[in-house]
Design a binder for this molecule. Structure first.
Ligand code: KGA
Length: 420
């Protein structure tokens, strides 16, 4: 991360050049020199936020920019694009200079910071615009992509890169939509960080319940952990700070209810994500699989505890040992799913359930959610027992079988496990 700080100046040069190529003339700075200074200042702030892991300065700066540009009667598309260009050059720089965990962490932080910046920019701009247009209609959905405002066809939508996570607010309910059809909503660090950022911004906006869903029309709700981002041996594949683990904790500790709305198949870590939501509404297309045994991946105590909090042990064993999908009907019978409804009703039913929760006392709900979390999360375990389990897991992720599981997935063939 300090390497990033040190190289900020060179990266700024790249960003300025990239923006000049796109012939940008910012209102704040009309000469090329002033434009350069403006981009450098902005980049310096972004890099500092990435280094400190602190979104507040970028949020404050973005709000200010939105206010200035709104007052000047300008569109925000240009400044949105400046943030996009900064993200692109930072990504390029990080992928060139950092490797392994450091790279993943830096990329995650860059997405988080720039996502928060775009989000704050768009929200402030939309709020100012709707104030001018008259009192905001509470029930109107305000969609955003990747944390940014993106009404269909708006310049903001056109300027941004294809975003994998969209958020919208309907009344007091926030909706987070996973929309990475190409990668089947695999939970990459970028995707997980974007969902965490969305939870944070929805919370700041005062929503009282959240629905987590996949984009309409996708047959895969989520393919689980991004297998390409799993470490290839010699390192715990499910470490405490893995972005998915951070996402699960964000959902478990956020004070409002989070409902998983499931249409389509749910795989591996995505099943843990669904179980980490407070309740599940699904339609008949929903299936749930735990595929760690297809990858030779040793699941961890935290994940097993999540499963134990929701399912009987014989079902957990069946799912882990066969890696076979549990269909919607059986999921309902085993109470993995609270409500099984027809596909046509899924969205309306889930939003209504969320709206009911949102109309109740948020403090009473938050305190019950937190009590249930602490009551189910903490299981005493002797130090030597924990260490023995970690040794067993280490044997599994250091094995050739784990490497075989990863190679088989990459080569799109069935794995051949030897137990070594
Ligand atoms: N990670 C990374 N890339 C993935 C992915 C994943 N989990 N799932 C799919 N992809 C990629 C896939 O490699 C392909 O890339 C593209 O998404 C479309 O997938 O186009 P490319 O570059 O070849 P595919 O397989 O062509 O789509 P499909 O035929 O519609 O099949 C969808 C499913 C979901 C059935 C299939 O992609 C699949 O089986 N994916 C893996 C599901 C899985 O086992 N996930 C568990 C991951 O492990 C995990 O979460 C943990 C931590 N665990 O189990 O312990």
């Amino acid at each position: 991360m300090s390497a990033l700080l040190a190289a900020a100046d060179r990266v700024a040069g790249e960003a300025v050049a990239a923006l000049e190529q796109r012939h940008h003339a910012h209102d704040h700075a009309s000469s090329p020199r002033e434009r350069g200074r403006y981009v450098r200042d902005l980049l310096e702030l972004v890099v500092q936020c990435v280094h400190d892991g602190d979104t507040q300065p970028i949020i404050a700066m973005s709000r200010q920019i939105a206010t200035d540009r709104f007052a000047a009667g300008c569109d925000i598309a240009e400044i949105q694009e400046t943030l996009n260009v900064l993200e692109e050059v930072l990504w390029r720089h990080v992928t060139r200079t950092l490797a392994g965990d450091e790279q993943v962490e830096a990329l995650g932080r860059i997405s988080l910071i720039l996502g928060a910046g775009r989000d704050a920019l768009a929200r402030s701009y939309v709020a100012l615009a709707s104030r001018r247009a008259g009192p905001p209609n509470d029930q109107t959905a305000v969609p955003r992509e990747g944390g940014e405002a993106a009404r269909a066809g708006s310049p903001a939508a056109a300027a941004g890169p294809a975003a994998a996570v969209r958020t919208e607010v309907i009344g007091q309910v926030g909706v987070i939509t996973l929309a990475d059809q190409r990668r089947r909503n695999a939970l990459s660090a970028r995707m997980a960080n974007a969902v965490v950022a969305s939870l944070g911004s929805l919370r700041a906006e005062g929503v009282r319940a959240v629905v987590l869903r996949a984009a309409a029309g996708l047959g895969v709700w989520s393919a689980g952990h991004d297998i390409n981002e799993l470490p290839s041996g010699q390192r715990d594949p499910l470490s405490y700070n893995d972005p998915i683990e951070q996402l699960l904790r964000a959902i478990r500790t956020c004070p409002y209810p989070v409902i998983a709305m499931v249409h389509g198949s749910v795989w591996g870590g995505a099943f843990d994500l669904v179980l980490s939501c407070d309740l599940v509404v699904a339609d008949e297309t929903a299936t749930f699989a735990i595929t760690a045994a297809n990858l030779g991946l040793p699941y961890h105590i935290t994940g097993l505890l999540h499963a134990l909090g929701r399912m009987p042990i014989n079902l957990i064993k069946e799912m882990f040992f066969t890696a076979a999908p549990l269909d919607a009907q059986r999921a309902r019978e085993w109470m993995v799913v609270n409500h099984l409804v027809g596909s046509a009703e899924l969205e309306g039913f889930t939003l209504e359930l969320a709206a009911t929760m949102a109309s109740k006392s948020p403090l009473a709900i938050a305190v019950v959610k937190e009590q249930l979390r602490v009551l189910t999360d903490y299981q005493p375990i002797a130090a030597h027992v924990y260490e023995r389990v970690q040794d067993l897991r280490r044997e599994a992720y250091d094995s050739s079988d784990y490497l075989e599981g990863l190679s088989a997935f990459a080569q799109k063939r069935p794995p051949v496990f030897r137990g070594t």
